[in-house]
Design a protein around this ligand. Structure first.
Ligand SMILES: Nc1nc2c(ncn2[C@@H]2O[C@H](COP(=O)(O)OP(=O)(O)OP(=O)(O)O)[C@@H](O)[C@H]2O)c(=O)[nH]1
Length: 194
C-alpha cells in the first residue's frame, strides 16, 4: 500500500477584493461567518499543514489559529505571488491552494488532485469543470519554487502563462461544479445569503 505524501494547504486571501468594493474578501461574512472560516472548515481537514496568505489584517487572520504570511513580492502581483510565498514556507513536499472566496469547495479536492498529479507524474494538478479551468485550485510540488522564482523575476505575473511552462495535469470535477462557486461581488454574496 502506498502512503500519500504530505501536503501543505494554503488559503489565498491576499487579493484586493475590488469587485466587492475593495474589501478583504476572506473576512467578509457569509451567513454570519467570515468566508475564510468556511474555507478553513472544508479545506483544513484535507491537508497536513494549513497556512494563510494575507496581505492585510494579519491579526484578524491569525485569530483563526493558523500561521499567516504576506506576499514576498510587493504590489499585489496576483495569486502567483501568494503561491510563491507559500512554496517558500511550506513544511511539506506538496502544496495545495484554495482561494478565500470559495466557501463551498469540494471536500475531496485535495485527494482528487493528488491522484491526478501522481498518476500523470506531473509537477502541478489543476481543477477543471467541463471546459473551465480553476487555476487557484491547484496542487503542486514544492520544488517548482525555483522555477516560479525565475518566472516572477522575469516579470511574469499571469498564472496561466506560468502553468504553460510546467508539466500540468487537469483534473475534472464536473460532478461538483457548484462547489467551485466563488463570490466576487456584493450581488453574489446576496445570492448565497448573508
Ligand atoms: N497573495 C495574493 N493573492 C491574490 C492577489 N490577487 C488576488 N489574489 C488571490 O487570488 C484569488 C483570486 O482572486 P480574484 O478574485 O481574482 O482577485 P481579488 O483581488 O481577490 O478580487 P478583485 O480585486 O475583485 O479581482 C483569491 O484567492 C485572491 O485572494 C495578490 O496580489 N496576492
Amino acid at each position: 500500500m502506498s502512503t500519500r505524501e504530505k501536503i501543505t494547504g494554503v488559503i489565498l486571501a491576499g487579493g484586493q477584493g475590488r469587485r466587492m468594493g475593495s474589501v478583504d474578501k476572506g473576512l467578509v461574512e457569509l451567513r454570519g461567518r467570515p468566508m475564510a472560516e468556511w474555507v478553513i472548515e472544508r479545506f483544513g481537514p484535507q491537508v497536513d499543514e494549513l497556512i494563510i496568505n494575507a496581505n492585510q489584517n494579519a491579526e484578524r487572520y491569525a485569530a483563526f489559529g493558523y500561521p499567516v504570511f504576506p506576499d514576498d513580492i510587493g504590489g499585489f502581483a496576483g495569486p502567483l505571488a501568494g503561491l510563491h510565498a507559500a512554496l517558500a514556507r511550506a513544511q511539506h513536499p506538496l502544496v495545495a491552494t484554495a482561494p478565500c472566496d470559495s466557501p463551498f469547495l469540494p471536500a475531496d479536492l485535495v485527494e482528487r488532485l493528488y491522484r491526478g498529479l501522481t498518476q500523470a507524474d506531473a509537477e502541478l494538478a489543476v481543477a477543471r469543470t467541463f471546459d473551465q479551468p480553476h487555476p487557484v485550485f491547484c496542487l503542486c510540488r514544492r520544488d517548482v519554487l525555483a522555477h516560479l522564482d525565475e518566472f516572477l523575476a522575469g516579470g511574469g505575473r499571469k498564472i496561466d502563462f506560468w502553468y504553460a511552462t510546467l508539466k500540468v495535469v487537469e483534473v475534472q470535477f464536473d460532478d461538483e461544479e457548484d462547489a467551485f462557486r466563488n463570490i466576487n461581488t456584493r450581488d453574489e454574496l446576496d445570492d448565497v445569503g448573508r
